[in-house]
Design a protein around this ligand. Structure first.
Ligand SMILES: Cc1cc2nc3c(=O)[nH]c(=O)nc-3n(C[C@H](O)[C@H](O)[C@H](O)COP(=O)(O)OP(=O)(O)OC[C@H]3O[C@@H](n4cnc5c(N)ncnc54)[C@H](O)[C@@H]3O)c2cc1C
Length: 398
């Protein structure tokens, strides 16, 4: 039987479409198998931090609903303040539009796509793979699992280890043009109220995306937090179009992201950052890396796909692990950090630089100069305080 493509990609989110785009650009044929019909709604804030512009090979400005220059913060629904930046920090989009656009780019580059076709099984025979779907069977040399948080590919090949599960809710809420214009370039965050999590309002063209994220085991408390949060903002909920939850996978250790002829990328690899819940940037980055490593393998420059795991461990995981450390510190002393962001120009500028990609999470400990030797012990203590706070919060709920 002939091969259907050099590489099959399960999933047409940003990880899958960027991998397909780069494979095709390298002269390697890609077939995307996607279970949903496109365009499809995706539970996601679809906030893109400015740094994504430096890695995306396309202009995404036509997809941008709002360009964010300001953040309005509250803690415990009070102590509200707004901080602004002269340069854009974030762009709010909608995932149905963004993902359909990225898929079009992959198709324009020559990728084949089957939508409404769910991958149901994978078998490896020597040099080739057979991918089974709801509609048939396909053969390829390599497979990229870009099939999201509940990845069948990661589960099948034991690549879903060391994942800490978060959960996030998101509602799309229609609102009056007057109310939306009040927020048009501002994201609203409430932090330090829900241990280990936060709530957000992202303004879109004709509605708000309002959400909450936090540890999965605390998901039962999220609806109550959501209602109190929205009540504190005065946004009426009577035109809620959608209100759904979705898991957030956070990889908490370096590890293995490949198996023989298979790699996992994006959420399938657990690449959501624990501090902000950002995953689109990491999906794009890991999808591109998957394409580069498979290209090198096909060019005979490397003999297996271990380089993919090495690159994820050295280029992405340090950021993931430091984001988690910073998150623990924040959760231990949220009010103190809330006040630092309000009062310190240096801290606010550092926040902006991380969103713009001018600084990384791994630069944060370095900012403490000679005191950075205490960073690890302080973070260890912060994890203990965070766990204690979460337990207390859940106990008080009963
Ligand atoms: C409520 C919420 C808000 C979020 N907000 C943001 C945000 O503002 N900014 C940000 O950067 N990140 C955000 N994230 C994280 C972000 O949504 C993910 O990290 C991102 O979607 C990961 O992209 P991906 O391509 O890896 O996977 P996905 O976007 O999940 O794409 C996976 C694709 O695979 C398909 N699929 C799944 N199983 C199969 C199968 N068996 N066969 C074929 N196809 C399959 C799915 O239909 C889907 O299209 C948020 C997450 C949640 C839950």
């Amino acid at each position: 039987m002939d091969r259907d493509a050099d590489v099959i990609i399960s999933g047409a989110g940003p990880a899958g479409t960027l991998a397909a785009y780069y494979l095709q650009k390298s002269g390697i044929s890609a077939l995307i198998l996607e279970k949903s019909a496109f365009p499809r709604y995706k539970v996601c804030g679809a906030g893109l931090t400015h740094k994504i512009l430096s890695i995306l090979p396309f202009d995404i400005h036509p997809l941008v609903h709002t360009t964010i220059h300001s953040f309005r913060f509250s803690s415990g629904f009070s102590e509200v303040y707004t901080r602004s930046s002269g340069t854009p920090l974030m762009y709010c989009t909608m995932r149905d539009e963004l993902d359909a656009f990225l898929l079009e780019k992959a198709v324009a580059a020559g990728a084949k796509v089957h939508t409404s076709e769910k991958v149901s099984g994978i078998q490896q025979y020597g040099e080739e793979l057979t991918v089974k779907t709801s509609k048939g069977e396909y053969r390829s040399l390599f497979l990229i699992g870009a099939d999201g948080a509940s990845s069948l590919v990661a589960r099948t090949f034991g690549l879903n280890r060391d994942i800490e599960w978060g959960m996030a809710w998101e509602a799309e809420v229609k609102s009056s043009p007057e109310l939306i214009s009040q927020y048009k370039d501002t994201v609203f965050l409430d932090w330090g109220t829900f241990p280990g999590g936060y709530a957000w309002i992202f303004p879109k063209k004709d509605h708000f995306s309002i959400g909450i994220g936090g540890p999965a085991y605390m998901a039962g408390r999220m609806p109550e937090y959501y209602e109190k949060f929205v009540a504190s903002t005065g946004i009426p909920l009577n035109e809620t179009i959608s209100n759904r939850s979705h898991p957030l996978p956070v990889r908490i250790k370096k590890g293995v992201f490949h198996s023989n002829r298979i790699v996992v990328a994006g959420d399938a690899a657990g690449l959501t950052d624990a501090l902000t819940g950002e995953g689109i940037y990491w999906a794009v980055k890991s999808g591109m890396m998957a394409a580069e490593v498979i290209r090198d393998r096909l060019d005979g420059k490397i003999s297996d796909l271990a380089l993919y795991s090495e690159r994820i461990n050295s280029e992405i995981m340090p950021e993931m692990l430091e984001a988690r450390n910073i998150g623990a510190l924040f959760n231990a002393i949220p009010l103190r950090i809330h006040h630092r962001v309000r009062d310190s120009e240096r801290v606010w500028k550092a926040f902006g630089k991380v969103l713009r990609g001018e600084r990384n999470f791994t630069d944060v400990p370095k900012a403490f100069g000679k005191w950075k030797v205490f960073w690890k012990p302080v973070c260890s203590l912060a994890y203990l305080i965070q766990a204690h706070k979460e337990k207390k919060f859940m106990k008080n709920a009963r």
